[in-house]
Design a protein around this ligand. Structure first.
Ligand SMILES: Cc1ncc(C[n+]2csc(CCOP(=O)(O)OP(=O)(O)O)c2C)c(N)n1
Ligand code: SF4
Length: 298
């Protein structure tokens, strides 16, 4: 789909409260353009609760249910069932941060997936609890600085997309704000699939939390894919496939060194050469696993 064919309609209005260069807001802009006006958002406590603005006003042109942290997937399950009974088909979308997904919301998410509710669940992953001051979440990368990991995170990022694949939901996919075409295709496809929960995990750069200048959001998002540290893929009814530029990165020589991604961000400024080498080895190992999986699927 060419950029010129993207809907002109904007669903995020001027005057919203996001920081300049907020990756989450850029993602949500494209997500809403792809899904259209017949969309209900369910949002647990996170930056986006603030970005939307205080009741009774809203910077979003679609209805929003603001809900307690642990309840978003359960609330969305009830909402889709109620709309169904009323004979009003609609997109019900949970839009939650990584703290609200990989830590606090995972129980309700797991239940909704198991019950097969026809919702789209999107985790925008800015890799920490940003709204309350950059605390580590279960999605913070290994070695990254946060205010609660001042010398670098010692644990590894939880692989929630794989956890969702193990629930056998119809669609699990990753998206990234530097690739709007890929966002459109995946969201439109998710919208058309009615046999269960669709889980989308979104790379969401955050200038204040990741300690970089707000002009660099798209560059960092693109480098995440080009270095292979963030993989664009889709698992459609159990079948894994790479998408967008990630399709061409199985060969290590095609991937940029991960250092190019890390060096632009203050949260990785404390890394020593051996730390960067270790992260590079982890990224390469991840790609070896992908190559093995693709071979097994042949
Ligand atoms: C039960 C509960 N605990 C704590 C809070 C405070 N709180 C509000 S937003 C937030 C951070 C959410 O982090 P995340 O889900 O990663 O989204 P982000 O802020 O990064 O957008 C926290 C801890 C709350 N609102 N409710
Ligand atoms: S703190 Fe980060 S995620 Fe939150 S509004 Fe600012 S840029 Fe966006």
């Amino acid at each position: 789909m060419s950029h010129r064919m993207f809907p002109k309609e904007e669903y995020i209005l001027k005057g919203h409260a996001a920081c300049p260069g907020c990756g989450a807001t850029l993602l949500l802009r494209h997500v809403l353009k792809a899904l259209g006006p017949n969309t209900y958002l369910v949002i647990p406590a996170c930056c986006t609760s603030v970005i939307a603005g205080p009741h009774p006003r809203s910077a979003f042109k679609v209805p929003v249910l603001h809900i307690a942290f642990a309840a978003s997937a359960a609330a969305a399950s009830g909402m889709i069932e109620a709309l169904d009974k009323l004979g009003k088909p609609a997109n019900v979308v949970v839009w939650a941060g990584d703290g609200g997904t990989v830590d606090i919301g995972i129980q309700a998410l797991s239940g909704a997936a198991e019950r097969g509710h026809n919702i789209i669940y999107i985790c925008y992953d800015n890799e920490a609890y940003m709204n309350t001051g950059i605390q580590k979440s279960g999605s913070t990368p290994y070695k990254a600085w946060t205010t609660t990991t001042p010398t670098g995170n010692v644990s590894f990022k939880k692989d929630v997309p794989s956890i969702m694949v193990s629930h056998r939901v119809p669609i699990v996919a990753t998206i990234n704000p530097a690739y709007p075409n890929d966002i459109y295709e995946k969201l439109r496809k998710a919208q058309g699939i009615k046999d269960g929960l669709k889980y989308i995990h979104a790379f969401s750069p955050c200038p204040p939390g990741w300690r970089y200048d707000s002009s660099l959001t798209v560059k960092i998002a693109r480098l995440a894919v080009e270095t292979g540290i963030w993989v664009l893929y889709e698992v459609d009814h159990g079948k894994f496939r790479l998408t967008g530029p990630s399709k061409n990165l199985l060969d290590k020589d095609k991937r940029k060194p991960v250092k190019e991604y890390l060096k632009l961000q203050g949260r990785f400024a404390h890394l020593r050469e051996e730390d960067i080498e270790e992260i590079q080895r982890l990224v390469d190992a991840q790609w070896e696993s992908i190559a093995k999986l693709l071979k097994e699927q042949e």
